[in-house]
Design a protein around this ligand. Structure first.
Ligand SMILES: Nc1nc2c(c(=O)[nH]1)N[C@H]1C(S)=C(S)[C@@H](COP(=O)(O)OP(=O)(O)OC[C@H]3O[C@@H](n4cnc5c(=O)[nH]c(N)nc54)[C@H](O)[C@@H]3O)O[C@H]1N2
Ligand SMILES: Nc1nc2c(c(=O)[nH]1)N[C@H]1C(S)=C(S)[C@@H](COP(=O)(O)OP(=O)(O)OC[C@H]3O[C@@H](n4cnc5c(=O)[nH]c(N)nc54)[C@H](O)[C@@H]3O)O[C@H]1N2
Ligand code: SF4
Ligand SMILES: [Mo]
Length: 733
């Protein structure tokens, strides 16, 4: 028993239960302890766990972002669309204050009242309808008319079951998830380059680096605890080369900070290699033994002198030379990257040049070296490992390899499709074209997170049948025929694999609200009702099945994972923590492939009508489409509003006032929001966070994709910024 004080100041004596779990937000995967009042079914406070890789550290989301789980708007009963005639999806900007209520989630009072076109249903009715609707499309049109989006917020077990459902019960490989919008291009380049897409070295290995190149990542806001280890390393002597088009906080800790123009990474790293080759700062032995394609690479990078790159990047040639010498001169150098690299129509080329940089300098396979594409969602590494990808079964085994297909057919006892499936972006397009007619979306909110919202609206509305399984009535759920209320991370047991390849167990701290049910059980219900029975006793049983078909996980089980988890590969889970550094002797693909790349333009360039480059991304306090963090009292209070950040020079030129309202317009749509005048972005470039549905950045973004990764160009499109009359918001609300 313990005395606790509530937020309104009242104190009372309560039984406090401690539950060891994992933060549900980002890929750092911090281990934490929830202190729970079971009588009230509430979290009282949270502490980071010492002894885990995060060493007890947490960011504001881990520490205060838990109360979304007990928010009054949690879905508690299955819902069914009442009438076909009601327009699908949230109402558009023109009639925002209509039946859907105010646009801010906190303002939605009671979905039962504000969404009159849904009605509550029993589980039997909802599950029969959900499975029946999907089955009918499969049986009348064919398996490939169905598709599923799984979730990187869910556990490995849920991801495994979801892809199995799509492959075995739907009969198609049309299964994907937000990795497509995230590191798909990095994965394409890494698979081609070294035959594996997971990180080669863990974040904390930076303490062994002389130099770390940190590019296209806003680490302090998006991987905050990882950033604290980077700063610790910098304080102890690791020299940071920070590269970005919008100043990140880590620039304050950098030996060299290059604020490049958006989309100019390829010429920059080519120039790094140009200098390193010219000055003998390459590892000839490593190149000869462990790579191929060096001669061709040399020819291409010869064209990219620091002077040439300086013109593309908008930074002085001398600074490029200084950074290249620093990187090339390091005994051990590590490379971290994020969405500034991957979310471009040439994202794969960006990642290819970083891989070449690491390979020609021999910076893989040793302490303090390596390639670390910082993984975003708490379980995007695990969801990908578990097979939520249209081209591969669990553990990246190709669906188009007949031998592998046969193995999985025997394993799952069903005939499987021999053709790779469609990606997120292709599925959304397919819905518009009528080649996708039915979907099951679990734990994603594509209406707000996919590019070009007006297009996504048409796509989702065009579906014949949509099932959404979520914990809230999201904007995407407003298009659904059936909505299934599911479990939050705080209510379930399951494993999550973080950016470091560490597999950790998350444990239930709270009771489920109302009649909501566990995600994994719902997947089994749908599958069974579609004629492919799935029965498991527990998530740990599902994990064992995943481990049997995913070699990287083969040695692991719940017992070994214990309190703190393990890194995979983990040949000896009884006596070791697993491997922090991989590929010491060779790569899964044998030799590393050096793929030379030339500079290419983004898909859409600014012009007189649309003079600004729009960069979109994240804020520390909010998560993607805001569904969770805008329902967290502390986080919402710190960052309540959407804004567009604009440089003072531009603000003056375009008559924009700090705090005043502006319209931001692209070729695809327009939003209205407050201006924030600041110097983090360069003149000519503006930044909008993606979290605010009332001013959704993706109304503006360009859906053009990278040809290999199929990832959209979220980091670059052309927009116009115009002040709204009076700028006080009077005409804005
Ligand atoms: N608070 C918070 N944390 C998160 C998330 C969240 O929603 N909120 N989401 C998680 C997820 S899923 C992900 S994928 C990660 C993403 O984490 P980040 O990769 O840090 O994501 P972004 O905020 O998109 O930031 C991308 C960075 O790239 C820069 N950039 C833009 N264009 C270019 C360019 O052309 N070249 C270079 N070199 N840089 C450029 C941007 O200015 C920005 O600093 O964050 C994870 N963590
Ligand atoms: N403009 C722009 N757009 C972007 C990006 C960008 O940088 N700029 N980044 C892209 C990237 S990297 C990503 S990863 C995507 C993310 O895009 P999404 O994955 O669509 O975004 P989230 O808001 O994280 O959606 C997660 C959903 O899962 C639900 N959920 C949470 N936990 C659970 C659970 O345990 N079970 C179930 N069933 N549901 C759950 C939440 O309520 C929420 O609706 O956005 C992409 N979109
Ligand atoms: S750094 Fe990431 S995992 Fe750690 S507490 Fe913050 S959001 Fe959670
Ligand atoms: Mo992501």
């Amino acid at each position: 028993m313990k005395t606790v004080t509530s937020s309104n100041g009242a104190s009372r004596t309560a039984q406090v239960k401690a539950v060891d779990s994992i933060c549900p937000y980002c890929g750092v995967g911090c281990a934490l302890t929830y202190y729970v009042d079971p009588a009230q079914n509430r979290i009282l406070y949270v502490e980071g766990r010492k002894g885990a890789p995060n060493d007890g550290r947490l960011c504001v989301k881990g520490r205060y972002g838990f109360d979304y789980a007990t928010h009054a708007q949690r879905l508690t009963k299955p819902l069914i669309r009442k009438t076909e005639s009601y327009p699908k999806g949230p109402l558009s900007a023109e009639n925002q204050e209509g039946a859907s209520g105010p646009r801010k989630p906190g303002g939605l009072v009671d979905y039962g009242q504000v969404l009159p076109h849904f009605r509550e249903a029993s589980w039997e009715e909802a599950l029969d309808l959900a499975a029946g609707g999907l089955k009918e499309i499969r049986d009348t049109h064919g398996s490939d008319f169905l598709a599923g989006f799984g979730s990187a917020k869910g556990s490995n077990e849920e991801a495994y079951l979801f892809q199995k459902l799509v492959r075995a019960a739907f009969g198609t490989n049309n299964v994907d998830h937000c990795t497509r919008l995230c590191h798909a291009s990095s994965v394409a380049a890494l698979m081609e380059g070294i035959g594996s897409a997971a990180v080669t070295n863990v974040v904390r290995d930076i303490e062994n680096s002389d130099v770390a190149l940190i590019t296209g990542t806003n680490t302090t806001e998006n991987h905050p605890v990882a950033a604290t280890f980077m700063k610790d390393a910098a304080r102890k002597g690791t020299k940071l080369i920070v590269i970005n088009s919008r100043r990140p906080e880590l620039a304050d800790f950098a030996e060299v900070y290059l604020q490049i123009k958006g989309s100019s990474d390829v010429p920059l790293y080519n120039a790094f290699m140009n200098v390193m080759i010219a000055e003998g700062l390459v590892d000839e032995e490593f190149i000869a033994k462990r790579s191929e394609g060096y001669e061709e690479l040399k020819k291409v990078v010869a064209e990219y002198t620091p002077q040439v790159a300086a013109r593309y990047c908008g930074v002085p040639a001398e600074e490029i030379v200084r950074a290249a010498r620093l990187f090339g001169g390091a005994k051990a150098a590590m490379i971290f990257w994020g969405m500034g690299i991957s979310q471009h129509t040439h994202g794969t080329d960006n990642a290819r040049s970083l891989i070449s940089l690491a390979l020609i300098s021999g910076n893989v396979g040793r302490p303090g070296t390596g390639l670390h594409p910082l993984r975003g969602q708490n379980n995007v590494q695990g969801a990908s490992d578990a097979g939520l990808i249209p081209m591969v079964y669990p553990d990246y085994q190709s669906v188009e390899d007949p031998e592998i297909q046969k193995k999985f057919e025997e394993y799952w006892g069903v005939k499987l499709s021999p053709t790779k499936g469609l990606t997120v972006t292709e599925i959304v397009h397919g819905a518009l074209e009528g080649t996708i007619k039915g979907m099951y979306i679990m734990g994603e909110n594509p209406f707000i997170s996919d590019p070009d919202t007006n297009k996504v609206r048409k796509s989702l509305a065009a579906l014949d049948f949509l099932v959404v399984q979520d914990i809230f009535l999201t904007e995407t759920a407003e298009f659904a025929d059936v909505i299934l209320p599911a479990s939050s991370a705080l209510e379930k047991i399951g494993t999550y694999t973080n950016t470091d390849r560490r597999v950790q167990i998350g444990r239930p701290a709270l009771e489920m609200p109302g009649e909501s049910r566990q995600d994994w059980e719902l997947i089994c219900e749908i599958s069974t009702r579609m004629g492919y029975p799935m029965h498991y006793g527990s998530p740990s049983e599902v994990f064992d099945e995943l481990a049997r078909c995913a070699p990287s996980y083969s040695t692991l089980n719940y017992e070994h994972l214990g309190a703190f988890g393990k890194w995979y590969p983990c040949p000896d889970p009884v006596n070791s923590e697993g491997e922090q550094i991989v590929f010491g002797d060779s790569f899964p693909s044998g030799k590393g492939k050096l793929v030379p790349v030339h500079v290419s333009d983004p898909d859409e360039l600014p012009n007189d009508d649309y003079p600004f480059v729009l960069n979109t991304g994240r804020l520390l306090e909010h998560w993607h489409t805001g569904v969770m963090t805008r329902r967290s009292a502390v986080l919402d209070a710190i960052a309540p509003d959407a804004f567009v950040e604009i440089h003072p020079q531009d603000a003056e030129q375009w008559n924009v006032r700090d705090g005043g309202y502006v319209r931001v317009t692209s070729r695809r749509g327009e939003i209205m929001l407050k201006a924030r005048v600041g110097e983090r972005s360069s003149p000519g470039s503006v930044f909008i966070p993606m979290h605010f549905r009332e001013a959704a950045a993706n109304v503006l973004t360009n859906p053009a994709v990278d040809p290999l990764g199929k990832i959209p160009e979220y980091k670059y499109c052309a927009v116009r910024v115009t002040p709204v009359d009076g700028q006080d918001g009077a005409t804005a609300d």
